[in-house]
Design a protein around this ligand. Structure first.
Ligand SMILES: [Zn+2]
Length: 236
């Protein structure tokens, strides 16, 4: 009986360890498979195709995945809302707090900004992979967004004739780009920091010299996103 109790305690300890992460009030579920340095992140709760692709992937392959909690694009934030992909720089977060919560007092705006700024470094330590490994973000898009919108801020691109322009990789590392450009899929390289940092994760990865790949696909195209994820698993 005691042995059973001990086993149960060890099990509870193992699964409860590192199973959550957060930045300010924005919560993430953490899925860990093995001890690989590879990291994955899903940031927009309404992009359910990307969540399914990632959860499916984590059952088979090693790494650590961070999944935002909630099913809406914007996360609950001190009684207001915020876009979780605009908090990764102070300027970006400040603009985003203003955009979504314009009626807040100056004091509340600055206190909530302070809360994000305070947590950012430790959150980066959780999600940025060590040892030069890769950080993979998964997103889905709706009508109106496609690879052509990224060309003006990209350093190189490879657009395939038989691929939908709404399905593409964005990467920050030139060696990764060389491999992805030889894949069946569309890809852009963004290796230089932008003129204006909007607070998105891609630019934070860029600034911190993290190898980052974003897999963008149309919402609902699960098999396409799985194929792109598998290509990364096998080739990067
Ligand atoms: Zn997204």
């Amino acid at each position: 009986m005691l042995k059973l109790f001990l086993l149960a305690s060890i099990y509870i300890f193992a699964v409860s360890q590192n199973d959550k992460a957060q930045i300010a009030s924005i919560q993430f579920k953490v899925i860990q498979n093995g001890d690989s340095d590879r990291r994955y992140i899903w940031l927009h709760g309404d992009e359910q195709t990307a969540r399914m692709a990632l959860e499916n992937h984590m059952k088979r392959y090693k790494g650590k995945a961070f999944l935002v909690q909630g099913i809406l694009r914007e996360s609950e934030f001190f009684g207001g809302i915020i876009d979780p992909n605009r908090i990764f720089s102070s300027d970006g977060a400040q603009a985003n707090i203003q955009k979504y919560n314009p009626k807040w007092t100056q004091r509340k705006k600055s206190e909530s900004l302070l809360a994000i700024n305070k947590d950012r470094k430790s959150f980066f330590e959780s999600i940025f992979p060590p040892n030069g490994e890769l950080l993979v973000a998964l997103h889905n898009n709706y009508k109106g967004y496609n690879i052509y919108k990224e060309l003006s801020r990209s350093d190189a691109n490879s657009i395939k004739k038989d691929q939908n322009p709404r399905d593409f990789f964005i990467c920050t590392n030139r060696s990764d780009y060389e491999i992805l450009s030889r894949s069946p899929f569309n890809v852009v390289l963004q290796e230089k920091p932008p003129n204006k940092d909007d607070g998105s994760l891609s630019w934070a990865a860029n600034r911190n010299e993290i190898r980052y790949v974003n897999i963008e696909t149309r919402l609902g195209w699960l098999s396409q996103q799985k194929k792109m994820l598998n290509f990364i698993e096998k080739n990067l």
